[in-house]
Design a binder for this molecule. Structure first.
Ligand code: FMN
Length: 187
């Protein structure tokens, strides 16, 4: 495989989202051999409902499933809402978990990064995201545990990609996804 395609899902829809900026950082620092793309349409994906889950019927869902299906690996960026995973992100995981057994996330390497202004770096959302992805059939990189806390003090008004330590940590996560994808191909 010449190139690993990594799709990034971001669990915050707000324009100035730090998690979105960390996703942009992943794009900026992607190592050679990795093509990292941020999925933009999560806000348009309706709440999961088996009644409306008819192949080809909802463009926003098709776009998500197509992008996830084309990806070799997924990177998920999440804040924490009331101690757990934001609804928009859980909804996306639900959509790509279906059809049961053949959803777009099935058997794909998935890494999670979380970030929040609090000290624990959205650790609970991080853990809950990993659990949901695991149950959805993704191959969660369990040893990738990047949880970035204190984001207001750490970044201030500056983009996280300007923070060399964080940029390196994000690059390491993307490199782990590339490596996990190669191991799957070689297996
Ligand atoms: C509804 C809501 C619930 C929140 N709950 C938590 C929480 O449980 N733990 C936490 O660390 N931060 C919590 N926050 C603060 C978010 O972590 C903070 O807004 C963060 O910047 C969101 O990430 P973003 O910058 O990517 O949008 C909450 C924010 C909102 C809007």
């Amino acid at each position: 495989m010449s190139q690993t395609n990594v799709l990034v899902l971001v669990g915050s829809l707000r324009a100035a989202s730090v998690n979105r900026q960390l996703a942009e950082t992943a794009v900026a620092v992607a190592p050679e051999g990795a093509e990292v793309t941020v999925f933009d349409g999560l806000g348009e994906v309706p709440f999961y409902n088996e009644d409306i889950d008819v192949a080809g019927s909802i463009p926003a869902v098709e776009a998500l499933r197509d992008a996830a299906g084309r990806a070799d690996a997924l990177l998920i960026l999440t804040p924490e809402y009331n101690g757990t995973i934001p609804a928009v992100l859980k909804n996306a995981i639900d959509w790509i978990s279906r059809p049961y057994g053949t959803g777009a996330v099935k058997d794909k390497p998935v890494a999670v990064i979380s970030a929040s202004p609090s000290g624990n770096g959205a650790q609970w959302a991080h853990e809950d995201t990993r659990k949901a992805v695991r149950i959805a059939g993704g191959k969660v990189l369990e040893d990738v545990t990047l949880a970035i806390g204190g984001t207001i003090d750490k970044f201030g008004d500056r983009h996280p990609r300007e923070n060399a330590e964080v940029a390196q940590q994000v690059a390491d996560v993307v490199a782990s996804l590339v490596e996990a994808t190669k191991q799957l191909v070689d297996a």
